[in-house]
Ligand binder design. Structure first.
Ligand code: NAD
Length: 273
């Protein structure tokens, strides 16, 4: 399985399709990630707060895959913005790795009002080689502007909620202006209503593909990185089998027109954790 890679603004590159492990319990994560690696995923997306970095690490070691073939992302939790370097060391220890491919600030976290300091620390971690690339997650334009103005540096990636019900057109345009790669979280809209939507079902019939495959193809066509999650081996494989069919302009527009303006997850300004 040859997943295309996207060039990042720091000279590195990342696979365009990966496997997310939010809500997979630590003791089930090794098996789930083993299925994903077996299917051909090389990008694994976890976070300190998911509590399953050890499970990811066990699957990596058991796979026997060379480290350089993998692209491992984890995230700094909100209450560690003041000591990101220690938090990264703890994540590396749990993963059993000596470097990350991508380290993200998970949320801007207004409660702590300290993401600028976290971003400066991530710059040091990149220089030290402990994180090959550094970025953010759930940052809005105003948060990114603070980073640009105060440090003159630009995150490689912003991982944000993005799916056909919440298309993030403005953020995508903003990222394009600054060379930031957009990574879509909950790319399948968490399953359910999106995958049951008549527009998606009709396109699935037209292309003889599953609804999830139609939605993932839309992300790829928009130049996004997508990290769908499933714990079911059949779906894990299905979500990667999206490189041998194409949507046309009309298909893509019909999917983009499903935008509702409503998030499924939290608004970055309204979190108190
Ligand atoms: P998702 O959009 O990937 O949907 C996952 C759900 O869709 C599954 O639980 C399953 O019910 C269903 N599904 C998956 N494949 C399917 C298929 N082929 N057919 C039918 N149904 C299918 O949602 P998610 O898990 O919320 O997001 C994916 C990843 O994004 C997470 O695991 C995590 O890594 C990341 N994420 C990041 C943040 C953040 O704040 N940065 C927030 C949420 C999620």
């Amino acid at each position: 399985m040859n997943v295309p890679r996207l060039a990042l603004n720091d000279g590195n590159s990342m696979p365009q399709l990966g496997y997310g492990v939010w809500q997979i319990p630590n003791d089930e994560t090794e098996t789930a990630v083993a299925h994903a690696l077996e299917a051909g995923y090389r990008l694994i997306d976890t976070a300190a707060i998911y509590g399953n970095e050890e499970g990811v690490g066990r699957a990596i070691r058991a796979s026997g895959l060379p480290r350089e073939e993998l692209f491992i992302t984890t995230k700094l939790w909100n209450d560690r913005h003041g000591d990101a370097e220690a938090a990264l060391d703890e994540s590396l220890r749990r993963l059993g790795l000596d470097y990350l491919d991508l380290y993200l600030i998970h949320w801007p976290a207004p409660k702590y009002d300290n993401y600028l300091s976290a971003w400066k620390s991530l710059g040091n971690l990149k220089s030290s080689g402990k994180a090959k690339s550094v970025g953010v997650s759930n940052f809005m334009e105003k948060h990114l502007q603070v980073l640009f103005e105060e440090t003159g540096t630009v995150p490689a990636v912003n991982q944000i909620e993005l799916h056909p019900f919440f298309t993030q057109e403005d953020m995508r345009a903003f990222h394009a202006r600054y060379g930031i790669t957009t990574e879509s979280w909950s790319p399948l809209g968490q399953g359910g209503a999106l995958l049951d939507h008549p527009t998606i079902i009709n396109l699935a019939r037209k292309h003889e593909r599953s609804p999830a495959q139609i939605v993932l193809r839309w992300h790829l066509d928009l130049g996004l990185v997508a990290i769908p999650k499933s714990a079911t081996p059949r779906r894990i494989a299905e979500n990667l089998a999206v490189f041998d069919f194409e949507l046309d302009d009309e298909d893509r527009s019909a999917i983009s027109a499903l935008h509702t303006g409503n998030r499924l997850g939290a608004h970055p300004d309204n979190t108190d954790w």
